[in-house]
Design a protein around this ligand. Structure first.
Ligand code: DGL
Length: 270
């Protein structure tokens, strides 16, 4: 059966691409809720309701396992969904935990008490809703002590990327990085905590300077999914090929997605 990949719009395609590369034989179905993007400026209840609707649509596609390839949905809705909404035969996984495990150099499922780690200062770039949720700091505190996180809400960046206005998006990245560096001049790590942002990873890296390590969330999520499927072969199931679905206009989303990943992508109406 296909694994479902969900995002508010195009950003989750960075995760979709990384999974495709790591597991070329794994069928995948993607749902972009482009009609309602961006999520990052919405309230928590709204994000929860839209994420549940998207996940249910992917369950209808036969995806018993759905990856929320959206940090905003992972930060704001995932825990609430896991606390009783998800039926016993389905799974919904967020993209936050693999990232934090990598930052804190922990193996999957290591539940030992929080401990001192090498990293002391982390710059987090994310949507306003993800920053407001403080989910990154909460998950980090379960695993590590003595780490400062400076978070920069990057308002407007997802809109610019969904509209393919790269000039605006690049200018926004530079100004958000400058704003953060004024508050934390020497971060060791930068976390691009929105799946749209890797498209501009080179701009983030140039603005942050050489000394800052930037984490690639998409590759971490793909590796963690591969590990999960090894441990849960029941979630692989009999084959059924996947589709790319959108709640928006399929033609314009196909055009935008093709530009976004620089490869031909064909979306159908959800
Ligand atoms: N790609 C989503 C994320 O990772 C974008 C959120 C939005 O729609 O604002 O947060």
């Amino acid at each position: 059966m296909p694994v479902g990949v969900f995002d508010s719009g195009l950003g989750g395609l960075t995760v979709y691409r990384a999974i495709r590369k790591q597991m070329p034989d794994q069928p995948l179905s993607y749902l972009g809720d482009n009609a309602h993007a961006p999520y990052g400026v919405r309230g928590a209840d709204d994000i929860y309701r839209l994420t549940c609707a998207g996940v249910e649509r992917l369950w209808d596609e036969g995806c018993d396992l759905v990856i929320l390839a959206c940090n905003t949905a992972s930060a704001v809705a995932c825990k609430r969904m896991q606390e009783g909404w998800i039926p016993a035969d389905k799974r919904v996984l967020g993209v936050f935990v693999p990232l934090i495990e990598a930052v804190t150099e922990r193996d999957w499922g290591d539940t030992s008490p929080p401990r001192e780690v090498d990293v002391k200062q982390i710059a987090l770039f994310a949507t306003p809703a993800t920053v407001a949720s403080r989910a990154f700091q909460r998950e980090l505190a379960f695993r590590a002590i003595g780490v400062d996180v400076e978070a920069q809400p990057c308002a407007g960046l997802v809109d610019a990327l969904e509209d393919n206005d790269l000039e605006l998006a690049e200018a926004m990245v530079r100004s958000h990085v400058m704003a953060l560096l004024r508050r934390m001049p020497n971060p060791q790590f930068a976390v691009l905590g929105c799946t749209h942002y890797p498209i501009l990873e080179h701009i983030f890296k140039a603005a942050l300077g050489d000394g800052v390590k930037v984490f690639s969330q998409a590759n971490l999520v793909a590796a963690s999914l591969q590990d999960y499927l090894k441990r849960h072969p029941d979630m692989v199931g009999a084959d059924r090929s996947g589709r790319l679905l959108t709640t928006g206009d399929p033609q314009s989303v196909s055009d935008a997605a093709t530009r976004f990943l620089s490869q031909p992508l064909h979306f159908e109406a959800a």
